[in-house]
Design a binder for this molecule. Structure first.
Ligand SMILES: [Zn+2]
Length: 224
């Protein structure tokens, strides 16, 4: 079955460094998609010391995947709050276990995601993008050595401070995040590509951001 055009409910997938979260934000702003971002939901639950946050916190700190039932409960809470307009999942379903939970929601109450959007980018390209990010420790300005470089090498345009990598962007952490994606989420993408080809859409995530966004709008049947 083909998705309604444009789809009401979209799940977006992509490697760390694919730019999927920026795409999600832009779709939210321009086309009224409410974002359900599991990373943000989890951090917020930790901050409020909510029971689900307390359960998830240790996994987050260890850099491990948070258990599927915790993630699903957070998503269910968020869905109750956003109503039934356009919706975009960023970070769900992230494992095959979460795919099963979504299947159960479909069986129990007819819940259905209309479109699975795959922002495809190779491992090397993703690593290069993440490795290029720099931040100014003085003012917080962000740069990218390829797509948004500072005027003078590796110093802040605003205050001349030497730019740094975020701790999250250390090479070994970038590698680890790619591995987690390959082991846990790539099987989810493969699952929808083979089992729901009519609802699966793939865009080339290696293009510059504006080109990826334009291709995404075409893939979803949205106006530019
Ligand atoms: Zn600065």
């Amino acid at each position: 079955m083909s998705p309604p055009v444009p789809p009401q409910r979209v799940a977006i997938f992509g490697r760390p460094g694919s730019g999927k979260s920026s795409l999600a934000e832009r779709l939210g702003l321009d086309h009224g998609y409410a974002l359900v971002r599991t990373g943000a939901l989890l951090r917020e639950a930790v901050r409020r010391r909510a029971p689900l946050g307390v359960r998830g916190e240790g996994y987050l700190k260890a850099g491990a995947l948070v258990p599927d039932d915790v993630v699903a409960a957070l998503v269910a809470q968020a869905l109750a709050a956003v109503g039934d307009g356009r919706l975009l999942f960023d970070g769900f379903p992230r494992t095959l276990g979460q795919v099963e939970i979504l299947v159960a929601w479909g069986r129990e109450r007819g819940y259905r995601v209309d479109c699975f959007l795959d922002v495809a980018i190779g491992r090397e390209a993703a690593i290069a993008r993440m490795g290029g990010r720099r931040v100014c420790p003085t003012c917080g300005a962000t740069y990218h050595m390829v797509s948004h470089p500072p005027r003078h090498d590796e110093t802040c345009d605003l205050d001349g401070t030497r730019l740094e990598r975020r701790k999250d962007d250390a090479p070994e952490i970038i590698e680890a995040r790619q591995r987690v994606f390959e082991e846990s989420t790539q099987p989810v993408v493969d699952h929808y590509r083979t089992h729901a080809p009519g609802r699966y859409r793939r865009v080339d995530g290696e293009q510059p951001f504006e080109a990826v966004y334009a291709e995404t709008l075409r893939a979803l049947g949205l106006d530019a």
